[in-house]
Design a protein around this ligand. Structure first.
Ligand SMILES: *[C@@H]1O[C@H](CO)[C@@H](O)[C@H](O)[C@H]1NC(C)=O
Ligand SMILES: *[C@@H]1O[C@H](CO)[C@@H](O)[C@H](O)[C@H]1NC(C)=O
Ligand SMILES: *[C@@H]1O[C@H](CO)[C@@H](O)[C@H](O)[C@H]1NC(C)=O
Ligand SMILES: *[C@@H]1O[C@H](CO)[C@@H](O)[C@H](O)[C@H]1NC(C)=O
Ligand SMILES: *[C@@H]1O[C@H](CO)[C@@H](O)[C@H](O)[C@H]1NC(C)=O
Length: 561
C-alpha cells in the first residue's frame, strides 16, 4: 500500500505545482486584488469544496444598490400613476440639514407633551395632546419627521386605544385620541425613532436591499452547492439562475452553481443579515434606552378624567379620527361595523367553521393564526420542515380544513422546499372560492428590507388575484392582516423597524381599500394593547384577532332573521 502511494507522489506534486502556477498566473494577470477578484477567488474555492460537501456561500460583495427598484414587470401607465400616488402618500418629512450631529437630533428625554384643555372630557369626544420635540441641548427642533406613536389607556380596565399623530413640520406634533370609555385615562407617547434615524433607514431601504440575503441549496445526486439568492442581484459577470415567475414577472435570482444546473435548486432559505451598515455617526441615532422606543414625559399631568357622554351637548373636540377599535376589559371592540362575538371553546369555533376551508397565506404572523386554530383541530403531519409549512389541520366530522402556506420569496424562512415555495397570487388563482372558502393573508414583514416599489408590485399582483377570486366567487371571505409593532434594538431596527412596517402598512391599506376584504388591524391591536411590542403578538392579542375573524365568518344573527 505504501508503495503504491509512493508511486503516485510525483503525480500529486505535479498537480499541486500546476495548481499554484494556475493561481499565480491568474493573480498576476489581474494585478490588483480588488473586491471582484476576492469574490471570484471565493467562488472557485467554494466550487472546489462543493464536489465533496455543501459549501457555505459567502455574502455578495457590497456594490451600489439602487439597482433594485426597477427589476420586474414594467407597470402599466395606470399602475405607474397609482404607484406615484402611493409613494407620495408615504413621503416622510426629513431634517432640512442632512448629517446633523447627535446633540442636535431629537432627544426623547428633553422632549415633552402637554394635554390641551383642562376639563370637560366626555365619552364621544377626543383628547388632544401637543408634543414638543427638543434636541440634546434642550433646544426646540425646527423640523418634523420624528416617528412618534401614541396610546391612551386605563390599566385597571384593561382598556386602550391607538392615537393618531400629526406632524406639523416644525418640531411640534399633535396626537389625537378618541375618548371611548369613562374614568381616568392615561396618555402614552413614545418616540420610536428620531427623524435623523429615519433618514438612515430610508437610505438603507433604497441602497441596501441586500442587507438581508438569501440562499438556495442545489443538489444532484452526490453533488450539492449553496449559492446566494435575492430579488435582485448586483450587476455581475457571473452566471445567474433566473427564477422569475412566468405569469407575473416577479423576479427572483440565484448565482448559478458552477457544476449544477439551475433546475437542481431544492431549498430556499434566509441566508443572513449583513452588518456594518452604518457609519459611526449614524449608529448614534440607534441606541437602546436613548433614542429607540423611548416614552416622552408629560409637562403637567399625564391623565384626565373622562365623564359619561352627554347627549344634549357636543363633547369637547368631537371625533375627527376613527380608530379600527379599542380594548375594553382586555377584549377588542371593533368600530368598523362588525359585532364582536367571543369564540371561547372548541364547540363555538367548530360550529362557526363547520363546512369551511380556511386558507392562511403569509409570514410567521399568519402562521400564528394557523397555530391558534390548530389547538382546536388536529394537524396532519405533512413532513414539512418545522415552521415553514405547508401545514394542514382537518376535522373531518364537520368538514373543517385549515391550511397554512408561507408566501413566496423573499420569505425569510429556512429550508423551504422549492417544490412547495409558491406565490400567494398563484395560489389564489387555484382556488375556486365560494361561501365555504375563507382566505387570510399576512404579507408585510419580509418586505421591510426592499424599496417600496417592490412591495407595491407584489401587492398589485396579489390584488389582481383577489379581484379575480371575488369576481368568480363573490361570497368568498377574504381577510387581510396588517403589520404590527415589534420590539426594536439597534440591530433589528435596521432590518425590521416599525418605520418600515408603517410605510408598508400605509400602502397595503390604500391598495385594498374599497375591495370586499376585511382588514384585521394588527397595527392598532398591538399599539392599543398593554403588552410590550413584539414581532409575534402574545396569545391574548391573537385570540382577539381570531375572534374578530370568526365574528365576520359567523356574524350575529340579525333581529327577526
Ligand atoms: C484564471 O484564468 C482562467 C483561464 O484564462 C480564466 O478562465 C479564469 O476566469 C481566471 N480566474 C480568475 C480568478 O480570473
Ligand atoms: C452610487 O450611488 C450614489 C447615489 O446613491 C451615486 O452618487 C454614485 O455615483 C454611485 N456610484 C456608483 C459607482 O455607481
Ligand atoms: C410649537 O410649540 C412651541 C412650544 O409649545 C410654541 O411656542 C410654538 O408656537 C409651536 N408652534 C406651532 C406652529 O404651533
Ligand atoms: C429573467 O427572465 C425573465 C422572463 O422569464 C426576463 O424577462 C428577464 O429579463 C430575465 N432577467 C435576467 C436578468 O435575465
Ligand atoms: C393623574 O395625574 C395626577 C396629576 O399629575 C396625579 O397626581 C395622579 O396620580 C394621576 N393619576 C393616575 C391614576 O395616574
Amino acid at each position: 500500500m505504501g508503495g503504491s502511494l509512493l508511486k503516485l507522489a510525483p503525480v500529486f506534486v505535479l498537480l499541486v505545482l500546476s495548481g499554484l502556477a494556475f493561481l499565480f498566473w491568474n493573480i498576476t494577470d489581474l494585478e490588483k486584488w480588488n473586491c471582484q477578484t476576492v469574490s471570484t477567488f471565493y467562488q472557485i474555492q467554494s466550487n472546489m469544496q462543493s464536489a465533496f460537501r455543501t459549501a457555505e456561500p459567502s455574502p455578495p460583495p457590497d456594490l451600489n444598490h439602487t439597482y433594485c427598484n426597477h427589476v420586474g414587470q414594467e407597470p402599466t401607465p395606470k399602475e405607474a400613476w397609482e404607484e406615484s400616488q402611493l409613494l407620495k402618500s408615504v413621503a416622510w418629512p426629513q431634517p432640512l440639514v442632512p448629517g446633523l450631529p447627535l446633540r442636535q437630533s431629537s432627544d426623547p428625554a428633553q422632549s415633552y407633551y402637554v394635554i390641551q384643555g383642562s376639563d370637560g372630557w366626555r365619552v364621544g369626544g377626543q383628547l388632544e395632546v401637543v408634543v414638543r420635540m427638543n434636541n440634546y441641548l434642550g433646544q426646540p427642533k425646527k423640523h418634523g419627521g420624528d416617528f412618534l406613536i401614541g396610546r391612551l389607556h386605563t390599566p385597571e380596565l384593561k382598556a386602550g386605544v391607538a392615537g393618531t399623530v400629526r406632524d406639523h413640520g416644525d418640531g411640534n406634533y399633535t396626537v389625537l385620541f378618541p375618548l371611548l370609555w369613562e374614568g381616568v385615562v392615561q396618555v402614552g407617547v413614545t418616540l420610536v425613532h428620531p427623524s435623523e434615524a429615519v433618514v438612515v433607514l430610508r437610505r438603507l431601504r433604497e441602497e441596501r436591499p441586500d442587507r438581508v440575503y438569501f440562499k438556495s441549496l442545489f443538489r444532484s445526486q452526490y453533488i450539492s452547492q449553496t449559492t446566494i439568492c435575492n430579488l435582485c442581484l448586483p450587476p455581475t459577470q457571473e452566471p445567474i439562475c433566473n427564477y422569475t415567475d412566468p405569469h407575473t414577472g416577479e423576479p427572483w435570482f440565484c448565482y448559478k452553481p458552477r457544476v449544477l444546473d439551475c433546475d437542481a435548486r431544492v431549498t430556499h432559505s434566509k441566508g443572513g443579515y449583513k452588518n456594518k451598515l452604518l457609519t459611526k455617526e449614524e449608529a448614534l441615532f440607534f441606541q437602546s434606552n436613548v433614542n429607540i422606543k423611548i416614552p416622552i414625559h408629560a409637562s403637567g399631568t399625564d391623565n384626565v378624567t373622562v365623564l359619561p357622554a352627554e347627549r344634549a351637548k357636543v363633547a369637547r373636540g368631537s371625533l375627527s379620527v376613527t380608530p379600527a377599535g379599542y380594548y375594553y376589559e382586555g377584549s377588542w371592540r371593533p368600530l368598523t361595523g362588525v359585532v364582536m362575538r367571543r369564540f371561547n371553546d372548541v364547540a363555538a369555533i367548530t360550529q362557526c367553521l363547520t363546512g369551511k376551508v380556511v386558507y392562511i397565506f403569509g409570514d410567521s404572523t399568519a402562521r400564528q393564526w394557523f397555530e391558534y386554530l390548530n389547538k382546536f383541530f388536529p394537524a396532519i403531519d405533512l413532513r414539512s420542515p418545522k415552521g415553514t409549512g405547508p401545514s394542514l389541520a382537518v376535522e373531518s366530522k364537520n368538514n373543517i380544513m385549515i391550511q397554512y402556506r408561507c408566501h413566496g420569496p423573499p420569505i425569510r424562512f429556512t429550508g423551504v422546499s422549492t417544490q412547495t415555495l409558491t406565490y400567494v397570487f398563484n395560489e389564489l388563482d387555484r382556488l375556486p372560492g365560494g361561501p365555504h372558502t375563507v382566505v387570510a393573508l399576512s404579507i408585510w414583514s419580509h418586505f421591510s428590507t426592499f424599496p417600496m416599489e417592490v412591495y407595491i408590485r407584489r401587492l398589485r399582483h396579489i390584488r389582481k388575484a383577489v379581484i379575480r377570486l371575488l369576481n368568480r366567487a363573490p361570497s368568498t371571505l377574504i381577510f387581510i392582516r396588517t403589520a404590527n409593532l415589534q420590539r426594536l434594538d439597534p440591530e433589528s431596527s435596521l432590518y425590521n423597524s416599525d418605520w418600515f412596517s408603517i410605510q408598508l402598512d400605509t400602502v397595503l391599506r390604500a391598495m385594498f381599500k374599497g375591495l370586499n376584504v376585511h382588514v384585521v388591524d394588527a397595527w392598532e391591536m398591538t399599539l392599543a394593547h398593554e403588552h410590550p411590542h413584539i414581532l409575534h403578538p402574545p396569545p391574548e392579542i391573537i385570540q382577539n384577532m381570531m375572534d374578530l375573524m370568526l365574528s365576520h365568518i359567523c356574524p350575529v344573527k340579525k333581529k327577526g332573521g
